[in-house]
Design a protein around this ligand. Sequence first.
Ligand code: FES
Length: 98
Amino acid sequence: MAKINETKKMTFKVFRFNSETDYLPVYKDYTLDIAPGEVMLDVLNRIKWEHDGSFSYRRSCRHGICGSCAIKVNGKATLACKDRVSDLVETFGEDLVI
Ligand code: FES
């Protein structure tokens, strides 16, 4: 699979559920420009800051120690603050589901 060597537009499919409006969970797409070296926590932060303020997740140390930022990407357990988007693209291709 191709590595990310320059800023690249990517769409992330994110599993969402709002108990006040949704009967069932849904996947929503968020498109972001991803720079080389960005980690999944950068993606989560930017989804919240740039697209949807209701998007919530946990994080604490940002050094791969506490485990608070554990998420699944394409079914693989990852630490969002540690795993680079480019490494996940290399493993799974550009269709990443969070
Ligand atoms: S924020 Fe602590 S392991 Fe990621």
